[in-house]
Design a protein around this ligand. Structure first.
Ligand code: UT7
Length: 328
């Protein structure tokens, strides 16, 4: 099996900042409620750019930082719950925009775990020798599927994209351990957004369909607090590491209280979790790579650091990746 490492990251979020007080003019809410219940202060909302545009900008940044030619990319995987279209995939649109003519491209639907799943897919393609260089992206324009009259959901989400370039490595192994799982049986209805209903000339009844996100906040909350420690324990166990070996945990950014509770279960300080939720809200599949790229740009990551990415979300889906950082 080949070794795999991350050689560059990138991210992009729309310019338009929407604060908690901006939202209090749309729904019956206030900064105090949103900040204290979630940790979110503001989020970025697109004024027209769709998911493929955000993805392309994040991808170009990652390509520049990895110092590669787009023609070297063998595979593009985009994790998204809010693609531009059913067909073509967001990945195919990105391929055309960045000039990755030699790549195979597809999207995957794993909600907020989308980036962890995409990273896993990219890693497996390299490990088995089918690919040498892979572009993985987590990107969302959730603002187009949010019910802007529902204060229990519209205050939580934001738009953004993050990307990473994975490459085959002769000697060093950067992706040390991966754990993923799904539970479509218990909790598929906790977080949902319908696609189009069945409609054709041979049936008369057509279901009503609003294509908006519905959520049972408390159920997702409980799920998050339990599954984060489970995923972290699993990748540590696979690699025979302890939590003390880990410099940072980069979690899906959903709610600061979920992180505080997970930290308590793990018997660690919340500071080990890198958070930028206050600035971006919950950007679903984009939240982990947005945070990872921010950490890289801030100079927080050094060669040899061990970090864990951990995601959970609708599906239900969940997963974690233990990484040894290989960029100087
Ligand atoms: O990526 C994964 C996706 N989602 C998540 O991770 C979300 C996980 N869940 C959560 O983060 C939390 O459950 C929420 C932040 C969504 C809600 O927090 P909560 O502490 O569970 O609040 P709640 O739903 O129990 O609501 C408490 C009160 C209710 O009023 P009453 O019935 O007590 O009078 C709500 O109507 O807060 C009210 N409320 C609000 N008030 C002001 C709900 N949303 C708002 C709001 N502003 N935006």
């Amino acid at each position: 099996m080949n070794n795999v490492k991350i050689i560059g990251t990138g991210s992009y979020a729309p310019d338009r900042i929407v604060t908690n007080s901006d939202l209090s003019e749309i729904v019956d809410t206030n900064d105090e409620w949103i900040s204290s219940r979630t940790g979110i202060k503001e989020r970025r909302i697109t004024t027209g750019e769709d998911t493929s545009v955000l993805s392309t900008k994040a991808a170009l940044e990652a390509i520049k930082n990895a110092n590669i030619d787009p023609l070297e990319i063998d595979l593009v995987v985009v994790g998204t719950a809010s693609p531009d279209k059913f067909i073509p995939s967001t990945a195919c649109i990105v391929q055309a925009e960045i000039g990755a003519e030699n790549a195979t491209c597809f999207d995957i639907a794993a909600a907020c775990s989308g980036f962890v799943y995409a990273l896993n897919i990219g890693t497996q393609f390299i490990k088995t020798g089918q690919c040498k260089t892979v572009l993985v992206i987590g990107a969302e324009v959730l603002s187009k599927i949010i019910d802007w009259s529902d204060r229990s959901t519209c205050v939580l989400f934001g738009d953004g994209a993050g990307a990473a370039i994975l490459q085959r490595s002769q000697d060093e192994n950067g992706i040390l351990s991966i754990y993923t799982g799904s539970d479509g049986r218990n909790g598929a209805e906790f977080l949902a957004c319908s696609a189009v209903p069945v409609r054709n000339p041979f049936i008369t009844a057509v279901e009503k369909n609003d294509n908006i996100v519905t959520m049972s906040g408390k159920d997702i909350f409980r799920f998050g607090t339990k599954i984060i420690p489970k995923c972290i324990d699993q990748v540590l166990e696979n690699q025979d590491c302890t939590i003390e070996d880990i410099k940072y945990i980069v979690p899906h950014q959903a709610n600061m209280r979920i992180i505080d509770s997970a930290a308590k279960r793990l018997e660690i300080h919340s500071d080990k979790f890198y958070m930028n939720l206050d600035k971006y809200g919950n950007t679903s599949a984009a939240s982990i790579p947005l945070a990872l790229d921010e950490m890289a740009r801030k100079g927080l990551l050094h060669r040899g650091d061990k970090i864990i990415l951990v995601g959970f979300g609708g599906g239900l889906t969940f997963g974690a990746v233990l990484i040894e950082w290989m960029i100087d």
